[in-house]
Design a protein around this ligand. Structure first.
Ligand SMILES: Cc1cc2nc3c(=O)[nH]c(=O)nc-3n(C[C@H](O)[C@H](O)[C@H](O)COP(=O)(O)OP(=O)(O)OC[C@H]3O[C@@H](n4cnc5c(N)ncnc54)[C@H](O)[C@@H]3O)c2cc1C
Length: 400
């Protein structure tokens, strides 16, 4: 409960703005380490989510979420993934398996709305998190030695907090970042993602994600059961417009064709959901007293299940650094401390940017030479287990 207008309450040293998956995970991770956090969320929470996406959480992310109390309620609803099959039309598929790198799974497919519910449940249960939903930061006053935040709730009630660190995890470029003068580079990728929940399938392997890369875009089929799966299809915006303008029967035929199935072997009830992929990067994602994480800092293509998994690694690394700074009495709001944190994380971000930007470009090249080079690459990957293992580790962010 927010107290009367203008008053102060728990003046936590860390405030997280945005209770999406990344902000919630960060708050939970800190709370589990004994650090009290105020978590601000602009939505009113407690209502069932309507996000129709299906995500893949990597094995390492899922293990961490288990440790911070998130996956317990989620466990019965996740689909373990033991293999990823990648192919390009006309080339033999390559299969990557969890046992090749000694992991129990490669990850878990989970509905975005269920994941959000699991986070909310865990956040509400955690006594070291003060959750303010239906609230947002109205302004940050840094004219004093310790900057203060004025927070306003939908009801009009306000309060002031003076944290040592504000973590912005608002999932988008917020007016707060603009007001604070962060350097934000925005670029329309010219691409969109369509999310389609497919039914009535007969050829889905429940523990396998299938990815198809080609000139029609990137298709990722995330299983739910042997007869249901969610397709995330990243394609040019013009192609998306064209697809959505077609009659439903033609849409179904096209999707069946792209997946290499007979027409009539799939169906869907809900309209495809479209996401236009506007990329942005906040560089650098910190200032004295503020750090930006998750999609607020870096919006990347939804390819190879990287975005949230990358942000969870950022959160884990930030938690470890904060715990150490608390123990040693280091000022973690200082510019130098935040710069050092980000220096550690930069390589992982570069790796994911390359993966998600360059691979789609590579597969969009239709000339015969490029196709030949790709075929040779596929054959090499198929034949050499050590290359497959390196690719898997790279995809899972292991080297970092
Ligand atoms: C189609 C698609 C498929 C994807 N699939 C995967 C996948 O399989 N695996 C993967 O790792 N990643 C995937 N991603 C990426 C993933 O969705 C994002 O990386 C992740 O959701 C980002 O989480 P976040 O917490 O940063 O942002 P969000 O989930 O957007 O959360 C931000 C939160 O901040 C709140 N907020 C906004 N403004 C304010 C404000 N002013 N004050 C307070 N609160 C505010 C919002 O209400 C929201 O709750 C996919 C993305 C897309 C588009």
């Amino acid at each position: 409960m927010l107290p009367a207008t203008g008053s102060r309450l728990w003046d936590t040293r860390v405030v997280v703005s945005g209770a999406g998956s990344v902000g919630s995970a960060l708050a939970l991770g800190l709370a589990r380490q004994g650090i009290e956090v105020t978590l601000i969320e602009s939505r009113r929470m407690g209502e069932p989510g309507r996000d129709r996406r299906r995500f893949v959480l990597s094995e390492l992310s899922a293990q961490w979420l288990g440790r911070i109390g998130v996956t317990e309620a989620l466990w019965p609803a996740v689909q373990p993934i033991h293999a990823i099959r990648v192919d390009e039309p006309g080339a033999p598929p390559v299969e990557f398996r969890a046992e090749e790198i000694g992991l129990p799974t490669l990850g878990y497919a989970v509905d975005a709305s269920l994941l959000a519910q699991a986070f909310e449940h865990a956040v509400r249960k955690e006594p070291r998190i003060q959750l303010l939903d239906g609230a947002r930061i109205r302004q940050r006053d840094d004219t004093h030695p310790v900057p203060s935040l004025e927070i306003e709730r939908d009801s009009g009630a306000t309060l002031t907090l003076s944290p040592r660190l504000l973590v912005v995890a608002e999932g988008q470029v917020s007016s707060l970042l603009e007001r604070q003068g962060f350097r934000i580079r925005t670029r329309d990728s010219g691409q969109a993602a369509l999310v389609i929940r497919l039914l009535g399938l007969s050829r889905v392997i429940p523990d396998q994600v299938s990815e198809r890369l080609g000139p029609e875009g990137l298709l990722a089929l995330l299983p739910e059961s042997s007869s249901e799966a969610t397709l995330t299809w990243t394609l040019g915006k013009d192609q998306a417009d064209h697809f959505l303008a077609q009659p439903p029967v033609a849409q179904r035929h096209q999707v069946a064709h792209l997946l290499g199935w007979q027409p009539g072997t799939l169906d869907w009830r809900e309209e495809p959901v479209r996401f236009d992929l506007i990329r942005h990067v906040v560089d650098p994602p910190y200032q004295a007293g503020i750090v930006v994480i998750g999609q607020a800092a870096h919006r990347i293509a939804p390819f190879a299940a990287q975005g949230m998994n990358l942000a969870f690694r950022d959160a884990r690394s930030l938690i470890a650094a904060l715990v150490e700074a608390e123990e040693t009495g280091t000022d973690y709001g200082s510019y130098a401390w935040l710069e050092a944190y980000w220096r550690e994380r930069r390589a992982d971000h570069r790796r994911v940017s390359h993966l998600t930007e360059e691979l789609p470009r590579l597969f969009a090249l239709a000339n015969p030479l490029a196709r030949l080079a790709r075929r040779s690459g596929w054959r090499l990957i198929q034949k050499v287990p050590s290359i497959r293992r390196s690719i898997l580790r790279f995809g899972l962010g292991w080297r970092l």
